[in-house]
Write a protein that binds this ligand. Sequence first.
Ligand code: SF4
Ligand code: SF4
Length: 167
Amino acid sequence: MTIQMKIERARAVFHRHGERLRGDSRVERLMREIESHWKSSWQVMEETGIVDSCRHCEEDDGGSCCGRGIENKYGETLLLLNLLWECDPPDQRRHPDACLFLGDSGCSLKIRDVLCVNYLCLPVQKRLSREELRRVQETVGRELDTVFLLQETVKGLLKSLAEPEDP
Ligand code: SF4
Ligand code: SF4
């Protein structure tokens, strides 16, 4: 299935069930937890200099690790989770050699694949001390664990919504 097809399917599911999903107390709680994890992840990335390194890389070296084709790693559920945050994935590629989701100021998605969240290029890894690397991995790991829980919760809810009601 192409990424465009997955995006369309995620939009259709969101259109049909989005409000019910958002209204579920477990989904609501996990969304709040993820937002709090984003703050922690951003903080640790800033404190360890990763934010500056990536900004410099993007602005001055034209280098980005968001290559064309990475968008194909994304499945329907992750795209649906983005829609829960009103984050509608772009349909058009802005940069010919880059990932479909790369916008003018970085990634346009809120919920990203583990591959994107975990990735640090070798030069950045080398600049970090062992302790800094451990802090980054632990913080980002908590974010990813909660995203995984949200994915599973949403999948379970969608399954129950699709099941025929008891006579
Ligand atoms: S991880 Fe490395 S390659 Fe990717 S944007 Fe940051 S500095 Fe650039
Ligand atoms: S971080 Fe965003 S733009 Fe970069 S590869 Fe991942 S999904 Fe694409």
